[in-house]
Design a protein around this ligand. Structure first.
Ligand code: 5GP
Length: 227
């Protein structure tokens, strides 16, 4: 039950009662205004090249912040602990959920947890940093309810078609038909929300440099106002 009588303000001679829920909302808004940096979320189906694009940008711009997420999925060949992820057990991840350490977390492809660490994102944003992270569409939906619009830029990575996507997923390593199907289901949900992102960039097979260049141009144009 919302307590409408606890908080009130007098506006033009009239006392207005504020619900505690609205007061909390207003306090969050005030907190949000502390952010002076920009968070770039790279969104798009698994296999669309988000990780590769971020790696290229990271190689060129070491002054940006690239937070490491947490996941319960197995480490793949060629990946290292602390690269794009910290690899933890389901138990450890659930402890971190209870401790309120995640900005957002989601079960991705119906099997594993993925989550962004709150401090790794919000603290650099308060310092005025440029922060770049890939998340799935659930992560994007959560974060856009937390980080103010002025501090958030979302870039959706498009692939040419589902055949192209299938090829990309299969090239990353052997997976079962069931897992491929799950990734396709996730991809359909992601693609349906592409229009909610601020930008859409196509990643044509064999033209990664083009795609990286487009993402880079977006970032540089968006951060002009910070400097
Ligand atoms: P992969 O297992 O292929 O590295 O990632 C699977 C999906 O999880 C990708 O769509 C990736 O962008 C997403 N993902 C990676 N990190 C996070 C995170 O911290 N939070 C959320 N919600 N999704 C993430």
């Amino acid at each position: 039950m919302i307590n409408y009588t606890k908080f009130s303000i007098v506006f033009q001679g009239v006392r207005i009662y504020i619900s505690s829920a609205y007061k909390n909302h207003m306090e969050n808004e005030e907190q949000k205004s502390e952010y002076t940096g920009k968070l770039f979320l790279i969104v798009g189906p698994s296999g669309s090249g988000k990780g590769t694009v971020i790696e290229r940008i990271k190689g060129k711009y070491s002054g940006f912040v690239y937070p490491v997420s947490y996941t319960t999925r197995e480490i793949r060949n060629g990946e290292v602990e602390g690269g794009s992820y910290h690899y933890v057990s389901k138990e450890k991840f659930e402890e971190m959920i209870k401790a309120g350490e995640f900005l957002e977390y989601a079960v991705v492809h119906s099997d594993n947890y993925y989550g962004t660490f709150k401090k790794d994102i919000l603290e650099p944003l308060k310092r005025g940093a440029v922060v770049i992270r890939e998340v799935d569409i659930q992560g994007f939906n959560s974060i856009r309810n937390i980080v103010p619009k002025a501090n958030l830029v979302s870039i959706f990575m498009k692939v040419s078609d589902m055949e192209d996507l299938k090829g990309r997923i299969l090239r990353r390593g052997k997976i079962s038909d069931e897992e491929l199907q799950r990734r396709f289901e996730s991809a359909k949900k992601e693609i349906a929300q592409a229009g909610d992102c601020n930008y859409q960039v196509e990643n044509k097979w064999g033209e990664i440099e083009n795609c990286v260049g487009n993402v880079e141009r977006i970032i540089l144009a968006e951060i002009k106002s910070l400097y």
